[in-house]
Design a protein around this ligand. Structure first.
Ligand SMILES: Nc1ncnc2c1ncn2[C@@H]1O[C@H](COP(=O)(O)OP(=O)(O)OP(=O)(O)O)[C@@H](O)[C@H]1O
Ligand SMILES: [Mg+2]
Length: 446
């Protein structure tokens, strides 16, 4: 207020405070401010009291998406829903159950490839982002799945997520039970199965649910190829000490080469099953891969796993053939980066690498020298022995026809994959498979 105005007010017998106290609007205003302030204090107090009570009464467990148990918990939570909806309960608990069923679900789709190549999709519902309530062992637990919109998980570019479980403080031991059950379920799912890992950024993550093991004898290779590789790998696995004593890196590289459809991939899968190992598929062309990351991935591959590099020739042809407009150059892995990663000094742990290619002649000799590839095997088109063995596996009731069928393959280049396709087509009759043999060779001429 300017001094002139104050003076003129004073000359009228009014002081500045007098105007406000005498003015009903102003005094009401002050009253409101006062009440507001008191309310704010109270509100803050009650908020603090609520927070205090919550702290005292409730206990929370936070599981970030980066943690291994995150996927276990998510899968376990979706199971809880299934179990509940199938169990018979009294009406009241059914109403509660219905009311607490998550209304916001997220779908998790996994694919399963059958041996005959067909693919089936499997959908499971997991609680979507938001709050859900469920009852486990007669205790109430709140699930809060939060997706950070501003934060990305740098390893895979996916939004950062956390699941927070809240329950009463007195029930806190339930968290252990939940984590234990979720882990048990995950392990049970893997029992007798092969887990396929793929690299996601700098780490390995399971790719889809664990797959049923493929029986080694279902991949029919010539002579003793299968037995020889198996005994070589087994010998390697049990000789860790021998390597250590001699100061040589404890690793072994295998290369399976040959035309398409001869069982390279299937054999590695079956071998992993036989050994009780998992498979880590390393895709060199993946976006964002660098030499350092490759090195890191090979160092941190899960225990008891086979690192698999498929179509190794294609990975670098793409990079070299810059004139091809369709080729993608998102991966920064260099050929020398791969060579170094394969025999980098860092690995003291056991490491088994399998590579496959259709064109071994296109590979740089540095890649297949001992130390990087110690064991090379050619898997070719079906020999008569393989043809007859496969025939017997498909038509065990007609053993006498196997030799006749195998004779027909003389002079033809037929892959085991083509044979399999033919046998699947005539699955009900061995005679039909023989009668229609020409379909196999006709296909080949196309
Ligand atoms: N030797 C074999 N014994 C039994 N089945 C086989 C054999 N080879 C291939 N198959 C069948 O053929 C299909 C393709 O085989 P697979 O993927 O293993 O071939 P691949 O050698 O890896 O081919 P590619 O070089 O094209 O990757 C599979 O379904 C598999 O069951
Ligand atoms: Mg393959």
């Amino acid at each position: 207020m300017s001094p002139d105005i104050i003076n003129s007010l004073a000359s009228n017998g009014l002081s500045p405070s007098g105007i406000f106290s005498g003015n009903p609007y102003f005094s009401a205003g002050f009253g409101l401010i006062g009440v507001g302030a008191v309310l704010a204090v109270l509100r803050q107090g009650s908020r603090k009291a609520a927070a205090f009570t919550r702290r005292q009464l409730l206990v929370t467990l936070e599981i970030p998406s980066k943690d291994k148990s995150y996927q276990w918990i998510l899968a376990w939570l979706s199971d809880q829903q299934k179990l509940k909806s199938s169990s018979k309960k009294r009406i009241f608990s059914k109403i509660i159950q219905n009311a607490t069923k998550p209304r916001h679900l997220a779908v998790q789709t996994t694919f399963k490839q059958h041996d005959n190549g067909s693919v089936a999709a499997n959908f499971s519902f997991v609680p979507g982002p938001g709050k859900h309530l469920f009852n486990f062992n007669n205790r109430w637990i709140q699930v809060d799945r939060v997706r950070e919109t501003k934060m990305l998980d740098l390893t895979n570019g996916a939004p950062w997520e956390t699941i927070t479980l809240t329950t009463l403080n007195k029930d806190r031991d339930i968290f252990n039970t939940i984590l234990y059950n979720a882990q048990k379920k995950a392990i049970e799912q893997q029992k007798g199965k092969t887990v396929i890992y793929t690299s996601v950024g700098p780490e390995w993550r399971p790719f889809g649910p664990p797959r049923k093991k493929r029986v080694l004898s279902s991949v029919v290779l010539d002579n003793n190829i299968s037995e020889d590789i198996l005994s070589d790998v087994k010998d390697f696995i049990k000789n860790g000490k021998w390597y250590e004593e001699r100061g040589i890196p404890y690793r072994r590289g295998y290369m399976l080469y040959g035309p398409p459809g001869t069982g390279k991939t299937s054999f590695i899968q079956a071998l992993a099953g036989e050994l009780g190992y998992n498979i880590c598929i390393l895709n060199l062309g993946e976006r964002g891969h660098t030499d350092d990351r490759l090195n890191h991935l090979l160092t941190v591959a899960p225990e008891r796993s086979i690192v698999l590099l498929e179509d190794i020739d294609a990975a670098f042809n793409k990079h070299r053939d810059r004139s091809d407009p369709n080729s993608v150059h998102l991966s920064m892995v260099t050929f020398s980066g791969l060579l170094n990663a394969l025999d980098g000094v860092s690995s003291a742990e056991e490491r088994i690498t399998f590579m496959t290619t259709n064109h071994i002649d296109r590979l740089d000799s540095a890649l297949i020298r001992p130390g990087r590839v110690d064991y090379k095997v050619y898997l070719g088109n079906a020999t008569k022995f393989q043809t007859a063995t496969m025939f017997n596996r498909f038509y065990p009731e007609s053993p006498s026809l196997a030799a006749e069928f195998a004779e027909k393959t003389e002079g033809h280049q037929i892959s085991p994959a083509q044979l399999q396709g033919h046998f699947v087509r005539f699955k009900t009759s061995a005679e039909m498979a023989i009668e229609n043999f020409n379909l196999l060779t006709a296909k080949q001429d196309i």
